[in-house]
Design a protein around this ligand. Structure first.
Ligand code: SAH
Ligand code: SF4
Ligand code: F3S
Length: 436
């Protein structure tokens, strides 16, 4: 049987999928190895969201060619969003690849590997309207035994005009809530203290008319008050008061909402097909702060989308000043083949101008994050300790409910437990504290 090494790129959903792949392969008798030098098969779970994400994988595939030169039996396969987007083209372009498998076809991986062993190339990229891998208990790869992901829905059909995900992940579908609750309970019984429920639009989760995302959150949070529950990513259009009510009523649902805004200009939001306005978005931010004044808010933003003017860009900066995000993922627009924007909206902002706008957003966000963190000094938080700090063995790090990383002197604290920590100092990225 094969010794499979899985390498993952892209969003948390890809990392969660790799754990499903791990379960499917071990179920078929293969083993998962964590040392690439032991591998007979390398599977790369890929992302297609921006061109640079794809270039990184292309570069890696070429790098691995050298390893194949030394180890002739070594096979390489591509999973995930690039597999879905490029299909057979990928194997034609990178001739050291043996296998291509899209995100809804992972159950077929054992057969595909068999085909490769018979000397053939293997590809399966069929998307599904029903596959959720609900019955598969993921093999936790690279886990700290404290925090785990649970995929609760797949796909996206929002068709934001710039985005490739609807084409790589297929139709939106939700997973049976009983299997989600069972997986979370089993994780808690194994000693995990935190689960993150995942989906491209996690808050559009819908199983039946009576079971939407708020009801699901209520069920998962009720498993045990010692189990922290997080979720990502929520779409502003579906952020309901009902969800905020449920969050506010469970202290173990973490006070952190990732709410991608993409742009602060209504004209851009409309061109992006985001289905909300700046006013709607700010109303949702106000609602979050009304229900949970201590909730952190994070976002995604795109600089230099088609026809973005300096006024549009200013509007994004103004929105950042207004919301004062705790963290932001900031990107330059990257045109993706096949999307509405690639067909109808010219990619007409010069690359160096995109970079300039992006850097302006990054600089502003850096200032805001530092100011936000400074205002944390003196506060006490319950921290779930995750492990040793990267800087020093004498220090531990963990996160508070707001998802901020706090580093502190270890004394008698242990990873995998909750500790009370008082914030003493900070950088823009990290809080520095001491045990109380
Ligand atoms: N489903 C989530 C985000 C998915 S992708 C949502 O709708 O919010 C993660 C982020 O990548 C997006 O929020 C967006 O900011 C960014 N992104 C997506 N397509 C992009 C593109 N073509 N160019 C640059 N950034 C992009
Ligand atoms: Fe892409 Fe929009 Fe779907 Fe998010 S909601 S995955 S940005 S199409
Ligand atoms: Fe990338 Fe696919 Fe996730 S394109 S962001 S890995 S859904």
């Amino acid at each position: 049987m094969e010794k499979v090494y899985i390498e993952s790129y892209g969003c948390q959903m890809n990392f969660a999928d790799s754990e499903v792949v791990g379960a499917i392969l071990t179920g078929a008798g293969h083993s998962i190895v964590t040392d690439i030098d032991e591998a007979s098969f390398i599977l790369i779970n890929t992302c297609a969201i921006r061109d640079n994400a794809e270039q990184r994988v292309r570069h890696r595939v070429r790098e691995l060619r050298a390893m194949q030169g030394r180890r002739h039996a070594l096979r390489i396969g591509i999973l995930g969003c690039m597999a879905e987007r490029l299909q057979n083209r990928l194997m034609a372009e990178e001739d050291n690849l043996s296998l291509v498998c899209g995100p809804d076809a992972y159950r077929r991986l054992p057969q595909l590997i068999e085909q490769v062993r018979c000397g053939k190339q293997a590809a399966e990229v069929e998307l599904s309207t029903t596959e959720t891998y609900a019955d598969i208990e993921p093999v936790r790869l690279g886990s700290n035994g404290i925090s785990a992901f649970i995929s609760i829905m797949r796909g996206c059909q929002n068709y934001c005009s710039y985005c490739v995900v609807p084409y790589t992940r297929g139709r939106e579908r939700s997973r049976d809530p009983l299997t989600i609750v069972a997986e979370a309970r089993s994780l808690f019984d194994q000693g995990y203290h935190e689960v993150t429920l995942l989906g491209q639009n996690v808050n559009s989760y819908k199983w039946t008319d009576d079971t939407g995302f708020p009801e699901l959150m209520d069920m998962v949070a009720a498993i045990n008050p010692q189990l922290r529950v997080r979720f990502a990513t929520s779409h502003p259009k579906d952020l309901s008061d009902k969800l905020l009510e449920v969050m506010a009523s469970h202290p173990n649902i973490c006070r952190c909402i990732h709410l991608p805004v993409q742009s602060g200009s209504n004209r851009m939001l409309q061109l992006m097909n985001r289905k909300y306005t700046v006013e709607w978005y700010l109303d949702r931010v106000d609602a979050i702060r009304r229900y949970m004044p201590d909730c952190s808010i994070t976002t995604d933003v795109i600089a230099g989308f088609s026809s973005e003017t300096l006024e549009d860009h200013q509007a994004t900066l103004d929105l950042f000043r207004r919301v004062r995000y705790d963290y932001a993922y900031m990107f330059k627009y990257s045109e993706r083949e096949g999307t509405y924007a690639s067909r109808h909206l010219p990619d007409d902002i010069a690359d160096d101008e995109k970079t300039r706008r992006l850097n302006e957003i990054i600089a502003l966000q850096g200032e805001i994050a530092l100011e936000n963190n400074k205002s944390e000094i003196g506060k006490e938080y319950e921290v779930l300790v995750e492990g040793e700090s990267h800087r020093s063995k004498e220090q531990l790090f963990g996160r508070n409910s707001q998802n901020k990383v706090i580093v502190f002197d270890r004394r008698d604290a242990q990873p995998g437990t909750y500790c009370k920590v008082k914030v003493r100092n900070c950088t823009a990225a990290t809080l520095l504290g001491e045990l109380v």
